[in-house]
Structure formats: structure tokens, C-alpha cells
Ligand binder design. Structure first.
Ligand code: ADP
Ligand code: MG
Length: 407
């Protein structure tokens, strides 16, 4: 982390400066919009913020899937489409939302990839072409958005972690602990850092033959190594590779290796999770999943137990590695142990979001248990892991508010 903050080009963590030096306080007022652009769909959202008393007085959102032909077309067409949806959404703004006379509507934009400022320019131009008078006041990635949304809900939030299809973490760093930051120190003294931790790799991070093969055959070999051990995109695929090896070497599914098991990504993490959570005495759910996915009709109880055990090993490794990452951030912030000067341990909240964390119970409970183990009883008693469900959309609107041109 320190190497990344120094700007060392060999650093395994990018530690990107987010330019968000001000997180929501709860005092935000007024009407703000957000646009959350994910992989296959996007959400538009508006909130009426009512300050400390009324908080989020009213919010509405709309989710739109992106037509496939736009995903492969030019970004110009994509942004035109997005701006047109946004324009229609604004037309439905009801009386509960108030824009003071003479003001421009403001938008926070969540974009889940590390990007430059040109996305703002592209979106702004598309909005102009639609005749939309709106200003993009904040551009953040989903992890930074989640941190902002989390902080608004709970003032003790210091970091946000995404565990979904991919994984990433952002946290609040002291601005004077970022040697590569050469600008003026922000008034708040803080700067949100987007770690891009998914791309971490290290000799100290052991990779199995399955991990190495998965990486080698992936679209981005050698990249996103930590993510490939942890996130929802890959956990099921690792399990598939282990099952395939056992099918070949130990005839796990009989004399013939099931053809479907040869298909990369045929076993998805939600299916892995369903198999892993099967608590029935004969592992019936697991059996029917194997039938549906792998195409083997009859599996013995022993084979089902082995399969569940593999899910357990892969999920546990991912969860423990994710917990280690969170522990690393807490350690960097000095929140990993009770202060030696006798002052009480500050309450520390970590906001978590993403389908993997939200839906894969055995993964999330293992992550939390590991974090407690690493911190020890005393420090872990002041730590709270909070699900910040879809915090990134509202987080972007809140950042538009705290970075408003009228603030
Ligand atoms: P994204 O990360 O694409 O923005 P989400 O945060 O909704 O979207 O996460 C979706 C991912 O979460 C899926 O790709 C899948 O890997 C994982 N996921 C969703 N549901 C489950 C489940 N029931 N069990 C395990 N993993 C799940
Ligand atoms: Mg997401």
C-alpha cells in the first residue's frame, strides 16, 4: 500500500487518488441525480436530500438494460442512449422533488472501471445533444460510491469493499500519507484512495495448479490475480476445474468424464453457493445441481460430500484472503489494535457490497470470523461489517451534493 501511495511504478497496488476529499456528512440538501453504469445495465436515480433531520426525504430509480448492439458499438452511441434515458427519467420528476430556481441539475456518475476525466466530457456532450441542462459534479467508481453511501449511513465507516463479480476496496487515507499527492492538502485532511486491490499479486500469495491454469486461459493472463482467487466471477470456475481433474484422475463421476464439465464457466458461483449450502441429509439439492450443470444423473452420497467439501475449500480460501485484505487496510489505518495510550478503541465500520458477500452466507460468515481472528477479541469488538446494499448509486448522488457547484 505504501509503495502505491508513493507512486512506485512496481507497486502491486495502484492506490488511485479518487479526488474525493470530502465524504457526505449528513447535512446535504437538495435534489441530486446519479447514474450507475455497470457491465450490462445501468441505473438512474434521483434523491431529495433533506439535511440532518429529513435525510433522504425521497428517492426514485429506474434500471435499464443496455441493448447488446450498443455494448460493441462506439461509446458515442452508448452515451447518447444513456443520455436519452436520463432525459426521459427527468421528465417524470414529480412535485416531491425541488430544484431551486436558476439552478442546474447535478449528477454523480458511477463508473466501475478506472477511468480518466474524458468520460465526464463524453457524457456531458451527449447530454447537451439531448438538450439536457445538467452538470456532472462527481465521477467515482462503484467502490468509492459505496464508501460515500456507507459514510452517509454511518459516520464511522472508514472503508468500503466490493465482493461481487469482481472485487475492490476503497478507504479514507490521511492526505499527508500520500507522497505522490503533490497538490494542496485538502481542507478535510483526507483523501479517498481506490486501491484497485483486485490486481494485487505477490510471491507470498500461493497459487495452485487450478489458479495458474485459470489465469493462463483467461482473457487477462497475469492480471487481477487476487480477484481471481476471491471474486464471484471465478470461485465456481475454480471448483469446476478441481472437479474436472478428479473426474479425469480419480473417475469421480465414473469411467467417462462428463462432457459438460469441460466447459469453462459452466459452474457459476451462485450454483456453487447453492451446493455448498445444501444441508439436507442426502445432499439432494447438490445432486440435482450436478445433474443440471454437469449432466450426471446419479451421484453417490460420497461424490456429493466430496463436491461440497471442494466448494467449502474454495470459498473458505477466498473469504480468508478477502479478510486478510481488509485487515491490511485496518492495519494501515492503525485500527487493528487497541491504542497503547489508554484511549478507547474507536468504533470502526467497514461497508461491504456485492452479490457474493450479500448472498453467499458461508463466504460472508467465514470472512467475518477470519477478520475477528486476525484482530483479536478486543479490537474486533469495535469492528462492524455492514452490508451497504446498493450504496454506490446513492453514494454517487451524495458525492454530487458534497461536490456541488453551489455548495
Ligand atoms: P456486479 O459485481 O456485477 O456489479 P453484483 O454486486 O450484483 O454485481 O454481484 C453479482 C455477482 O455476485 C455474480 O456475478 C455472482 O458471482 C455473485 N452472486 C450473486 N448471487 C450469488 C449467490 N446466490 N451466491 C454466490 N454468489 C452470488
Ligand atoms: Mg456492482
Amino acid at each position: 500500500m505504501e509503495r502505491g501511495l508513493r507512486g512506485d511504478i512496481h507497486s502491486q497496488l495502484k492506490m488511485l487518488i479518487s479526488y474525493v476529499d470530502q465524504l457526505p456528512t449528513g447535512d446535504e440538501h437538495g435534489l441530486f441525480y446519479a447514474l450507475d453504469l455497470g457491465g450490462t445495465n445501468f441505473r438512474v436515480l434521483r434523491v431529495q436530500l433533506g439535511g440532518r433531520e429529513k435525510r433522504v426525504a425521497k428517492q426514485q430509480y429506474q434500471e435499464v438494460s443496455i441493448p447488446p448492439h450498443l455494448m460493441v458499438g462506439t461509446s458515442l452511441e452508448l452515451f447518447d442512449f444513456i443520455a436519452s434515458v436520463l432525459a426521459k427519467f427527468i421528465e417524470t420528476e414529480g412535485d416531491e422533488f425541488h430544484l431551486p430556481v436558476g439552478r442546474q441539475r447535478e449528477l454523480g456518475f458511477t463508473f466501475s472501471f478506472p477511468v480518466g476525466e474524458d468520460v465526464v466530457a463524453e457524457l456531458s456532450k451527449a447530454m447537451e445533444r439531448q438538450g439536457l441542462d445538467m452538470k456532472v459534479s462527481a465521477l467515482v467508481n462503484d467502490t468509492v460510491g459505496t464508501l460515500a453511501g456507507g459514510r452517509y449511513m454511518d459516520n464511522d465507516v472508514v472503508a468500503a469493499i466490493i465482493l461481487g463479480t469482481g472485487t475492490n476496496a476503497a478507504y479514507v487515507e490521511h492526505a499527508n500519507a500520500i507522497p505522490k499527492w503533490t497538490g494542496l492538502l485538502p481542507k478535510s485532511g483526507n483523501m479517498v484512495i481506490n486501491t484497485e486491490w483486485g490486481s494485487f499479486k505477490s510471491d507470498k500469495l500461493p497459487l495452485s495448479e487450478y489458479d495458474k491454469a485459470l489465469d493462463f486461459e483467461s482473457l487477462n493472463p497475469g492480471e487481477q490475480i487476487y480477484e481471481k482467487l476471491i471474486s464471484g466471477m471465478y470461485l465456481g470456475e475454480i471448483v469446476r476445474r478441481i472437479l474436472l481433474k478428479l473426474a479425469h484422475d480419480a473417475a469421480l463421476f465414473g469411467d467417462v468424464v462428463p462432457a459438460k464439465l469441460e466447459l469453462p464457466f459452466v459452474l457459476r458461483t451462485p450454483d456453487m453457493s447453492a451446493m455448498h449450502h445444501d444441508a439436507s441429509h442426502d445432499l439432494k439439492i447438490l445432486g440435482s445441481k450436478l445433474k443440471d450443470i454437469v449432466g450426471v444423473a446419479d451421484t453417490s452420497l460420497e461424490v456429493r460430500y466430496i463436491t461440497r467439501h471442494i466448494c467449502d475449500i474454495v470459498a473458505e480460501r477466498g473469504a480468508r484472503l478477502a479478510a486478510a485484505g481488509i485487515y491490511g487496510i485496518l492495519k494501515k489505518l492503525g485500527r487493528d489494535k487497541v491504542p497503547t495510550d489508554g484511549s478507547p478503541m474507536p468504533r470502526t465500520v467497514v461497508a461491504l457490497d456485492g452479490g457474493l458477500y450479500e448472498h453467499y452466507k458461508k463466504f460472508s460468515s467465514c470472512l467475518e470470523a477470519t477478520l475477528s481472528d486476525l484482530l483479536g477479541d478486543e479490537a474486533s469488538s469495535s469492528l462492524v461489517a455492514k452490508l451497504a446494499n446498493d450504496g454506490s448509486g446513492i453514494g454517487a448522488a451524495l458525492l454530487a451534493a458534497s461536490h456541488s457547484q453551489y455548495a
